[in-house]
Structure formats: C-alpha cells, structure tokens
Design a protein around this ligand. Structure first.
Ligand code: ZN
Length: 700
C-alpha cells in the first residue's frame, strides 16, 4: 500500500478511506474485507521518487502461503516449538533455564505485584520479539484463537505497565525512574522501544487490532517530543540503532510524519560534532551500566562520523546493519541521494571485503564487531545470527529501492547459510556465533575461543538471536517477492502460492520449486484476464546457466535488467519454467584473505558446503581436496532431513611414523587417499558433536 498515490479522502460507514489511483480503486474494497478499520493508511507522502524509481513493495504475508519442504521444516518449528517454548521462558516455566523474569517485570511495573526488576536493561525486548513472531505466524499461517488470546492478554499487561506520559520500559520504570534517557549509550531504551514498535506494527497488520499500536504510538509521541533538533529537546541518539527503522515502519502504517522525522533526526545527528555519548557521561544523573564499555570508541556504535560520510562498515555488526537499514528507508522516504550513496558504499565495503562466504558479518569475537578489510578468521569469528538477519534486512531495502538483483543474492546467501545454521533442525538449540571452522576441544571458556560453541545452545536468559531467527522464519514471505503496480519480482525460489495483482488484475502465483535439489522451478500465473504486466525473475549471481521457458517456448534472447530476466505482456494464464545450473563448484577467496589462502570452499546453488567429522573423521585440518577431480553429487533422503551431498577426491596427512611423545621432528609428510564428503553448512552440528570446516586446503 505504501506506493499508492492518494487522490482524495472519503468516508465509508463513518470510516475515513483514502481514495487511490484509478487502477487501484478496487483495492479499497479488498482492504475493507481484510481490515476492521481504515482510519489510518499511508498517505503516500514522501513517496514521489526523485530517484526515478518507485520502491518495490511487499506482498502482504496474508497473501503468501509458503509450501516449501525445505523451509517449512524450520517454519513449522516456529509455531509448534519455538513460540510455546519462548512463552514458557518469558514466564520462568522452564526448570533448567536461567530465569527471564520478563513478564514478571511487566506485572511489577503495572503495579499488579510487588518486587524488584530482574534481567538485562533490554529484557523487555524478549516479549516484544515474541509478540512480533506471533504476529507473523498469525499473518502468514492464519489466525489462531488461543495464541491470539495469549498475545492480547500480554498486550493488555504491557499497556498497564505504560506510564501516564506514554513511557514504556520496565527497567527504568521499576529500577531507575530518575535516570530515564540519561545513558543512551548503554541504556537501550530506544532500542527496546524500537522492538516494541516493530512488534506492534506487525500485530496490527496481522490482526487489524489497534490496542498495541495505540500503546506504541503514545510512546513514540513521547520520544518525538523528547528528541529533535529544537532547543530544549534532547540531542542524543541511541547507542544501539533499531528505533530508526521501527519509526519508519510506524510512519508507514499510521501516516504520522513526526515518526519519520524523529527517525531522520536520529540518523542525521549521529556522529555530528562532539560525540553525544561522551557528552552524556558528564551529565548529573549519568551512571555506567556495563563496565566493559570503559574505553568506549565511537566506531562501536557507528557514531564516529556523520552517517553520510561513512564509507566502511565499523563497530558492532548488528548495530551497523540495523542503522544501515534505517538509512536506506530514509534515503527513499526523503529522496536523499547522499544517504543512498552512503548505503551503497557501506554495502559494497561489507560484501566485497568484510563478509564471510556464508553471509556472516562481524569477524571479531571481542565486541562482536567489524575489524578491517579481508580480516575473516574462520575459527574465532563472531558472525552473529542477528547480524546476518540485519544484513538481509538491509539488502532487502536496497533491492526494493534500486531493483538490482545483486542485493537479493546476498539476502539469499545470508538466509540460506548463516541464519539457518543458527537454528537446530529440531528447533531446540541456537547458535549466536557462526564460525566456519570448529574444533570442539579448543572451544574453551576463559580463552579467546570462549564465545565459539560447538553445540547449539538452549535459549538463554538474555536471548537476542533465537527470537530474531523465529521472526525471520515466520516472515520469510517478505523476502520472496517485490512488486509495483505493473510488475512482480521473484527474488527467492521458494515454493508458495501468492495472491496479488498485476496492473490491477487480481492474479494467483504458484511457485513449485525443486530449486535446491535440481535447479528446476515451475511458476504458474493465473489471472481473470490478460494483465499485460511484467514478471521479473532473479538470475542468481552463481548461476552459469539460467534457462527460462514460457508456455513451452524457450526464451532465447531474454531482456535482462540489473540481474532480473523480464517477461512482459503477461497473459491470463502463464506457465513458466526455470532451469538453473546448480552444479557444485569450488570457490576461492581473494588472495588478500589470509585465513583462506591455499584453500577452497564448495558451493552448490545458494548453499555453502562444509566437511563434518561425522563424515570425514577427526582432524579436518589434515585433509586436502583435489580440485582437478570431479565433484560428485548425490541426494540422500535419509541424511539431515534430505540433502544433496557432495563428494570429492582428496588426501589426508598420515599419522604414521609419529608417536604421542613427539611434537616436532624432521620427517616428510605422508599422504593417503581419501574421499571427502561435504554437507550443507546450514545443517552442520545436527549430528554428534564434532569438527567442522568450510575452507579446505587445496591439493597442488
Ligand atoms: Zn543475536
């Protein structure tokens, strides 16, 4: 709806209705059927595109039914396993888990109970992320009375914990009411507010219910009054970006411009003049929260210089990509070319110099941050699951604005590799850290490897990645499509049935995808009449051959624009088949990447592969792969829920001639023949605990 141009406003049954362009006029009726109230809809203000392009919109999650076997293995876990489990943790009903106290904090803040606050300053985000995941499940998998009742009761409790002025944060309300907004660097108030807002927007879109939206609007109004360039307002900005992109979302559903302006203010003021976080330290009520922030560097929070001057991705990786996502949103809303240029430069720096082949970012375990170009160690990196989710969020926005398929290439890489590796195949364990090489014996506490875990962890008391993965899986539909009035863009070849319109003609799209298995996809488009619109198919960056047939005729000289194959003049019925070369192949890293020198990785389609001890024995460092020999692929139905495995010829350095009392001696190495077997990286760590490696030494 965001792209609709408003012609005039009218009233139907006492409700304000935005009248939209002639082509889309019937949409009003459709909207009437899907939402209770249309009092607030986007005015389209700011959507005139001086960039010469209209931003691609999402197809509503309601209208996308994902039927994909590969993804639904994980997606069904969100509703059946993760959401109930998380609810129990929020309520301290998991016997052997650290207490969360999250719901209890809200009861205390609401005055329903007496007690002390317990947990991290951002503990409230746990319930916000739970509600957001619930919203996407309701939106994409259909309403569920029991789940919705639980969510409504939780929202009521949140409402009771809100202050008379709109303030909402249980830590500061219960524990430090005098210190509101006095430590933006560490207090996470704006970050927490951002997650509340994202959850409320999602819940409103899923259910049409306004209660939660009204709560966060009161809070956002307070924030808009508190922060801004005007004299007397606070000139700070959040230590952890998140509210910026949330306020843009809130603006897009409510049309209230002050939210957009506050988001813009937070982005514009960051890194300008004397660093705000050093200024606030001098404040009377300032109190440090995290002792580890002594010796704070502004790069950590991307506040080292104004955002339009930032060319390299610095600091905490999650903070960075949440900020860049908001920058992309604002670049579009304000048609701000310099801001878009900064986004492009930052994106380029990440994907050409600071990103793992798995779409992981943040190569330092210490402070979970970016370091320098080409510094991509495999065994002690951070590469937080949340950071790859943020990278997908940033890439999605850039793709919507520029219509360039190169962004979806990275979104796909992040989702299919790091994000999926973050969750166990039974939904009960999660990685925060995503190394590309693991030797379980050296993942020791109180060492530089302390953060690397060889086994996925149960939900923590303080959990960012698990609920973030849950909300991403539940809202996967947002990454599949983009659309404008006359075109539908297909970014991910995920099986689904979707309903939308092309040129105002309602149509049903069915994607029947065997993509991961053999690169074949069938797309059916059915509409009531010829729409004359366009279908844009993303040509994956890794495909050597991408053949498309339309109604049985192969397209020999396709029209290609920025990585999309464009099919024009859509008829009432279309059958399109895609055949993408998915052959497994070897990939080298730029020779500047010290950690990967003399090594290769195996990819097959979007999936990065790895060796595991379960298939290759211990000490994966002793293995060499023969890149001159053929790779062999086999679909193994029984393995890891059904995967294509890749085998290769190779050698192993033999232990023969060495005994355990010898650490060093003069002796030539002896090689023995072996067959190496690789499995998708996203599935690693789902068998017995063992070693894993993505980059394999190359036999010369
Ligand atoms: Zn995380």
């Amino acid at each position: 709806l965001q792209r609709l141009k408003v012609l005039y406003i009218t009233k139907i049954n006492g409700t304000d209705i935005w009248k939209i362009s002639k082509k889309k006029a019937f949409s009003i009726k459709r909207l009437m059927e899907t939402t209770d109230k249309l009092a607030v809809l986007n005015t389209g203000e700011g959507a005139q595109c001086r960039m010469g392009k209209d931003r691609l919109a999402d197809i509503s999650l309601k209208n996308i039914d994902i039927t994909d076997k590969f993804w639904n293995k994980y997606r069904s876990l969100v509703k059946d396993v993760i959401i109930p489990y998380q609810w129990d943790t929020l309520n301290d009903n998991v016997p052997d888990a650290e207490p969360s106290h999250c719901i209890e904090n809200f009861r205390i803040a609401a005055g329903e109970k007496k007690g002390e606050f317990y947990g991290a300053v951002f503990q409230d985000t746990d319930v916000a992320k739970w509600l957001e995941a619930v919203a996407y499940v309701l939106d994409s998998q259909g309403r569920d009375e029991e789940l919705e009742k639980l969510a409504d009761e939780t929202i009521d409790l949140i409402g009771k914990a809100q202050g008379p002025d709109g303030y909402l944060n249980t830590y500061f309300t219960i524990k430090e009411p005098e210190r509101r907004w006095t430590n933006l660097r560490e207090g996470h108030e704006l970050y927490t507010a951002g997650h509340m807002i994202e959850a409320a927007v999602a819940y409103y879109q899923a259910t049409g219910k306004r209660r939660f939206l009204d709560i966060v609007m009161r809070f956002a109004d307070l924030i808009s009054k508190k922060f801004g360039p005007e004299e007397g307002k606070c000139h700070g900005y959040p230590g952890h970006p998140e509210i910026e992109l949330a306020l843009v979302k809130l603006y897009r559903v409510t049309g209230k411009k002050n939210y957009l302006e506050t988001a813009k203010y937070f982005v514009d003021v960051r890194g300008v003049g004397e660093n705000y976080f050093f200024q606030e330290e001098k404040g009377e009520k300032y109190q440090q929260i995290f002792p580890e922030f002594a010796g704070y560097e502004p790069e950590y929070s991307q506040s080292h210089k104004p955002v339009r001057e930032q060319k390299t991705a610095e600091g905490h990786a999650v903070r960075a990509v949440y900020l860049y996502s908001a920058m992309a949103d604002l670049a579009y809303e304000y048609q701000d070319e310099p801001l878009l240029k900064a986004c492009e430069a930052l994106w380029k720096n990440i994907v050409t110099k600071r990103m793992y082949i798995t779409g992981g970012i943040g190569s330092s375990g210490l402070l979970e941050r970016f370091t320098t170009d080409y510094d991509l160690p495999n065994d002690r990196n951070y590469a937080e699951s949340c950071a790859s989710i943020g990278l997908a969020m940033f890439g999605k926005r850039m793709g919507q604005i520029t219509r360039d398929a190169k962004y979806a290439d990275i979104v796909e890489k992040a989702l299919y590799n790091t994000v999926l590796a973050g969750i166990a195949m039974d939904g009960k364990g999660f990685f925060y850290v995503n190394p590309l090489e693991v030797w379980p014996d050296n993942c020791l506490n109180r060492t530089s490897m302390e953060h690397v875990k060889p086994v996925r962890q149960k939900w923590f008391g303080v959990a960012c990645c698990p609920p973030n993965i849950a909300r991403t899986l539940a809202s996967l539909g947002q990454y599949i499509y983009g659309e404008d009035e006359e075109s539908i863009f297909i970014n991910l070849y995920v099986s689904n049935e979707a309903e939308t319109q092309i040129n105002g003609v309602p149509c049903k799209l069915t994607i029947d995808s065997d993509f991961l298995k053999n690169g074949n996809v069938k797309i059916y488009v059915k509409s009531q009449q010829d729409s004359g619109g366009k279908l844009a198919l993303r040509i994956p960056g890794y495909s050597r051959r991408f053949l498309v047939s339309r109604n049985g005729n192969e397209i020999s000289s396709p029209r290609i624009e920025k990585g999309y194959l464009i099919l024009e003049d859509m008829k009432a019925e279309e059958i399109i088949t895609v055949s993408c070369n998915m052959e497994a192949r070897f990939i080298h890293a730029n020779p500047e990447v010290r950690a990967d020198e003399g090594r290769v990785a195996i990819i097959r389609g979007p999936l990065v592969y790895c060796l595991e001890e379960a298939d290759n024995g211990r000490n994966l460092s002793s293995l060499y792969i023969d890149t001159k020999a053929e790779l062999t692929e086999a679909y193994e139905d029984e393995l890891l829920g059904g995967v294509v495995t890749v085998t290769a010829k190779g050698k192993r350095i033999s232990n023969e001639g060495w005994n355990e009392d010898e650490l060093y001696k003069e002796q030539e190495i002896q090689l023995e023949d072996v067959v190496l077997k690789a499995v998708p990286y996203c599935n690693w760590g789902n068998r017995e605990t063992g070693e894993m490696a993505v980059w394999i030494k190359e036999l010369f």
